[in-house]
Design a protein around this ligand. Structure first.
Ligand code: LLP
Length: 435
């Protein structure tokens, strides 16, 4: 397995941002040679490209040119402060789902007036926090939540701006865990109940109805589910207007997929060209639009660098044990998700073999890639691609593993946006029993 025979051709097809490329025998993100960063900062290490994030945002901006649109980055995809700062400076609002995320927006200098608050389980304390901060809109997910929010707002002498999340009952054709627009999902209110619930909202003294929203799922790679959802939402807007309930904006959520492995989602501008044509055809082209993209803004802007610890040949499988694990990259374990894995410095002196790439966590579910063909030796470094979204934001301390460090690359400049977590950091809030 480790003897030098046929040279392995370096893999050149890289899913993701054009800012990631092999040059001079090594993988680069923008101007940064990733092997050098891994040596300097250690592994596992997340590295993001600012240019890739801004290019992904530009695709949306291009698609919306000349329209009244607010792009609210769904920060659950990656809520690291340095990443939020990039989007805040680019004029984005934020889609949040907790009081903690609101605190992050404020810490990153985001415009709180452009914040929308989604989620099925907002607490009274979170509602108060968001009302005090002055967020732009609450995306309400149930009738019961409307009543509580009105109560909380009235107790503060305020009125809360609300939109109701409507479940259009459209199949987003994605993994069941990340499909949210079907009847059996916990999200939103049923399409057939929406008008009645809007009437109820309009009657509550603590609320001001400002919009309607929907979000049908994540990693969507087809245009049709979006077109169908838009039709369903616009049907509802028409009957609301008929009933005398006016709204200022329509929010179509997020969900656009990225290329992990020969996925071919529409480009953001192409998708919106089609959606805007429908909006215009149905006479709603002048309405203010909101969208909540997460993955499509950051997913392919980031990689996770890792070192090969051991090669472990087996009867049925060869294992490539790396120093990143399911606590750093939870998507394969949770959704059987595919992330491409490539060498930082492709080798021609080692024969390729097929490995399951696994982490050090004590679970069989701790795999990062299955049946991958790699030419590697212990000590080599690899990049796990498409790791900008739903990796660090879902990372945990399982097995008391410190969370990885994060870097943001901007041309040749490298910013440390999160230092590596130590064991002391992890134990900071714990105490021994005193007796
Ligand atoms: N808006 C709402 C209300 C959402 O629930 C979500 C994602 C988004 C926007 C952003 O969706 P995106 O553009 O990122 O697809 N952890 C899973 C994805 C969970 C998505 C949850 N909601 C994964 O790693 O695939």
């Amino acid at each position: 397995m480790s003897s030098a025979t046929a040279p392995a051709a370096p893999r050149t097809e890289l899913p993701g941002a054009p800012q990631l490329a092999y040059r001079d025998g090594g993988l680069h993100l923008e101007e940064a040679r990733l092997e050098v960063l891994a040596q300097a900062y250690g592994t596992p290490l997340f590295v993001y490209s600012k240019a890739a994030m801004l290019a992904a945002l530009a695709a949306y901006q291009h698609g919306f040119a000349g329209r009244a649109v607010q792009i609210c980055y769904a920060m659950k995809a990656n809520s690291s402060l340095g990443v939020l700062q990039v989007f805040a400076r680019a004029g984005c609002g934020f889609d949040i789902v907790s009081g903690g995320e609101l605190a992050r927006v404020l810490a990153a200098g985001g415009d709180v007036g452009k914040v929308i608050f989604s989620g099925v389980g907002k607490t009274r304390a979170e509602m108060r926090q968001a009302l005090t901060a002055g967020i732009g809109c609450f995306n309400v997910e149930s009738e019961a939540e409307l009543d509580v929010l009105s109560d909380v707002a009235l107790s503060m002498g305020l009125t809360a701006p609300v939109s109701i999340r409507v479940n259009p009952n459209v199949d987003a054709k994605t993994h069941p865990y990340i499909s949210t627009g079907l009847k059996g999902n916990k999200f939103g209110v049923a399409h057939e109940d929406a008008l009645r619930i809007y009437r109820h909202a309009a009657s509550l003294k603590g609320l001001r109805v400002v919009g309607i929203d929907c979000h049908i799922g994540s990693q969507i790679t087809e245009t049709t589910p979006y077109l169908d959802a838009m039709d369903r939402v616009l049907d509802l807007v028409a009957s609301m207007e008929h009933a005398g309930i006016a709204i200022e904006h329509i929010d179509f959520g997020g969900g656009l997929g990225i290329n992990y492995n020969q996925d071919a989602p529409p480009a953001a501008d192409a998708l919106w060209r089609e959606l805007l044509a429908k909006l215009d055809a149905r006479g709603y082209g002048g309405k203010k639009l909101m969208i909540e993209p997460g993955r499509s803004l950051v997913g392919n802007a980031g990689v996770c660098l890792t070192e090969v610890l051991y090669l472990k040949p087996g009867e049925q499988k060869n294992f490539c044990v790396i120093d990143a694990a399911m606590n750093d990259l939870p998507r394969p374990a949770m959704y059987q998700a595919f992330h491409a894995i490539v060498p930082l410095a492709p080798r021609r002196d080692i024969q390729e073999a097929t490995y399951d790439v696994v982490g050090p966590v004590c679970e069989s579910g701790d795999w990062i890639g299955r049946d991958r063909t790699l030419a590697v030796a212990a000590g080599d470094r690899l990049a796990v691609l498409s790791a900008g979204a739903y990796c660090m934001s879902m990372a945990s301390n399982y097995n008391t593993r410190g969370r990885a460090a994060e870097l943001l690359v901007d041309g040749a400049k490298v910013h440390v946006i999160r230092r590596r977590e130590t064991a002391a950091d992890q134990m900071r809030h714990e105490q021994l029993i005193q007796d």
